[in-house]
Design a protein around this ligand. Structure first.
Ligand SMILES: [Zn+2]
Length: 258
């Protein structure tokens, strides 16, 4: 059963990944998702159905529009492949259960907001807030022992990031983290519960390593150009699978006699 479920999830992941690309582009360019079919962003020609096959079309077209030859960013097929891999992992992790619903929604939202953040350095409210609102009742319904884990983790994570943003702004007199990251932490806490703690930790470590690396190679201005959302998303998705294990491993190290 599970190999079949994983295969189906991978195929759906490719299709959803392609849809997320289109949605991310429209969010970053102020265009409604409901308006018309996908078109080339350079020449405006509508993308033919046979050129719209996830990953495959990009490889066949060698990353160029069929009509005008404008390059198509590798991030699009990468996003489709990543969505497919993560959908497969979620299916293998959850099996055929209701947990698939919030987990697939969460993975999709993390990919979508990362794409938009990479493009325009904004975490779109119109995605992250409804995602949190939908996730809360779902998570409480699936695991209500204790039911308050999900709202407390969401509010706690948001307050934590808000406090860091506030202090950073006071000390450095510049905005290091936007309110978008605070709302993203809220959404992460709602879907991850206690696992949001290692998720934020991994996000900060990843962001710091890449930020320092860029500053050393490209100078101090580089830091401002690195959006934090994709790092939070990477930590969040990793901890969807290994967050509880990381917490237990940490507690086992801290309290070995427990
Ligand atoms: Zn074109």
């Amino acid at each position: 059963m599970t190999p079949l479920l994983v295969a189906i999830a991978v195929v759906y992941g490719l299709i959803i990944g392609s849809f997320l690309n289109a949605w991310a582009w429209r969010l970053a360019n102020d265009e409604s998702i409901w308006r018309g079919r996908s078109h080339c962003t350079a020449c405006g020609v509508q993308i033919r159905a046979y050129d719209n096959i996830p990953v495959v079309s990009w490889l066949v077209l060698r990353g160029k529009c069929r009509d005008c030859g404008a390059p198509i960013h590798w991030r699009y097929p990468a996003g489709e492949a990543l969505t497919a891999v993560l959908f497969g992992l979620v299916a293998a992790y959850d099996g055929l259960s209701w947990w698939l619903v919030p987990h697939l929604v969460f993975v999709s939202v993390m990919i979508l907001v990362s794409q938009v953040d990479l493009d325009i350095q904004i975490i779109p409210d119109v995605v992250i807030l409804p995602a949190a609102a939908v996730g809360l009742p779902l998570m409480i319904w699936l695991d209500h022992d204790p039911w308050w884990e999900w709202p407390v983790a969401g509010v706690g994570a948001a307050l934590f990031l808000w406090a860091i943003a506030f202090v950073y702004q006071r000390v450095r007199h510049m905005e290091g983290m936007g309110l978008g990251d605070v709302k993203m932490a809220l959404c992460m806490g709602v879907y991850l519960g206690a696992a949001v703690i290692p998720a934020l930790f991994l996000g900060f470590v990843g962001g710091a390593v890449v930020g320092v690396g860029l500053m050393m190679s490209k100078g101090t201005d580089a830091k401002a150009a690195v959006p934090f959302g994709p790092f939070l998303a990477a930590g969040a998705v990793a901890c969807l699978f290994v967050g509880r294990w990381l917490i237990e491993a940490y507690l086992g190290l801290a309290l070995p006699d427990r």
